[in-house]
Design a protein around this ligand. Structure first.
Ligand SMILES: *Cc1c(COP(=O)(O)O)cnc(C)c1O
Length: 432
């Protein structure tokens, strides 16, 4: 076995060995998009415009819901899901402390108050028991995020939402193609939201989003809100009369057309990635001190991110998890594995959520140390994504696993490197 790249050995994966482009447009896709451009009819209300409405139908069908409402981002979808679902200014909305910032920012945009609940240490998703503890008489909704592509504990969250009559929103922006007890995400709560941002598993050539629901009231309301609050009836002339505060959240035709093309192969692409990443997961599970993603038997993982934790204690390794993480991070990057520390602080540590900055009303300033599991996960985990979404996924997963095995074959060297590193600078997890 050659020396670690960190110590001057040859890297396990040579530069350029993998195609890391994502999203990557095929020639066929470029041709189809060119045809859309040549055809014209770019306004969402244009009679020649068919792609937006067709995407709504097709995506709703794939999600097992009756209605789909296309918008121009996942954040816009969340914003409208909350408002159309009845969230009003000053209401409290439970949001997991670990997610992309939009899951909670949309709550502020609805002039409601995000109340952060902790996550489960194995699934990284909202912990239903902790969410229950955060309920108050002002709680109006719960946002369940299927983080990194793994569906949240929807049965428990549905039960939690049922009796007080809370709106249950699924943020499925990272989970295209994932299933929970055999059913696709997006149809498991009152309303589901997704994103077609170019970085997601179902990417367009820019921005896009969509909300899915079985509730005709929510669908109609969301459709009005994306169009300046105008109530437009299909087949009738646009009235140009705004009934309420709305936004311009309409989806661009070209973006819709590309998502439609990609939706045709989503199931196949997802299952290829699942096979490749399950293989990598099994190999990494054999490495002492590494905890690969956990996938409960009743759901499938869409693997938007592959997050693994470092648990040196459990493996009898005498080094602090943070120190080991820093050493492993550097060793893997040197070998050509593009791991990263994605999300550095729990959501409640973002200044926008503190001291009522975003909402103008002071929430019971959620304390960052009130989400210890989130803080622990952020301190001892790394994520891997690049190379795993694209066409080279299978080869990438194999090469990455081999590089991990190489690093672990030199664990003594990595451990002494970890001990020699300065302690990590204090992060916002300790800030008040
Ligand atoms: C990307 C993402 C969003 C926001 O989607 P945009 O289309 O980028 O606005 C919301 N929630 C989660 C979990 C995401 O990953």
């Amino acid at each position: 076995m050659s020396a670690l790249a960190l110590k001057g050995g040859p890297p396990a994966i040579s530069p350029g060995a993998l195609d890391l482009r994502w999203p990557h447009l095929t020639d066929g896709e470029v041709d189809e998009l060119t045809a859309v451009l040549r055809r014209g009819g770019f306004t969402a209300l244009s009679s020649s415009e068919e792609h937006v409405a067709a995407l709504e139908r097709e995506f709703a069908h794939a999600s097992g819901t009756r209605y789909g409402v296309a918008v121009n981002s996942g954040t816009a979808a969340l914003h409208l899901a909350l408002i159309a679902g009845g969230v009003e200014p000053g209401d409290e909305v439970i949001v997991p402390a670990l997610s992309f910032v939009a899951s909670a920012m949309a709550v502020l945009q609805a002039r409601a108050i995000p109340v952060f609940a902790d996550i489960d240490p194995r699934t990284f998703n909202l912990d239903p028991a902790d969410a229950r503890r955060r309920l108050t008489s002002r709680t109006r909704a719960i946002v369940a995020v299927h983080l990194h592509g793994l569906p949240a504990d929807m049965a428990e969250l549905r039960a939690l939402a049922a009796s007080p009559g809370l709106l249950l929103v699924e943020d499925a922006a990272q989970a295209h193609g994932a299933t929970y007890r055999g059913a696709p995400v997006g149809g498991l709560g009152a309303v589901g939201t997704t994103s077609f941002n170019a970085s997601k598993n179902l990417p367009t050539c820019g921005e896009g989003g969509l909300l899915t629901t079985d509730d005709s009231g929510i669908a109609e309301h969301a459709a009005a809100l994306r169009q300046f609050g105008e109530h437009i009836v299909a087949g009738q002339d646009r009235p140009y009369v705004s009934e309420e505060l709305g936004w311009n959240y309409k989806l661009n035709v070209l973006q819709a057309a590309l998502v439609r093309i990609r939706l045709r192969t989503l199931a196949e692409v997802t299952s290829q990635r699942q096979i490749a990443l399950e293989g990598m997961r099994r190999r990494l599970a054999a490495l002492p001190g590494l905890v690969p993603p956990y996938v409960p038997d009743d759901r499938t993982h869409a693997y938007h991110f592959f997050r693994f934790r470092l648990a040196p204690d459990a493996a009898g390794l005498e080094v602090a998890p943070q120190a080991l993480r820093r050493a492993i991070h550097r060793a893997l990057v040197a070998e050509g594995v593009p791991v990263a520390a994605y999300q550095t602080v729990p959501l409640p540590a973002h200044p926008v959520f503190r001291n009522g900055r975003g909402s103008g009303q002071s929430p019971a300033a959620e304390r960052v140390d009130d989400v210890p599991v989130t803080s622990a996960v952020l301190a001892d985990s790394l994520v891997l994504q690049r190379g795993l979404l694209g066409a080279d996924c299978r080869r990438a997963a194999e090469l990455y696993a081999t590089a991990f095995e190489k690093v672990w074959a030199h664990l003594d060297t990595v451990m002494s490197y970890a001990r020699a590193l300065q302690p990590a600078p204090t992060t916002a997890t300790t800030r008040r």
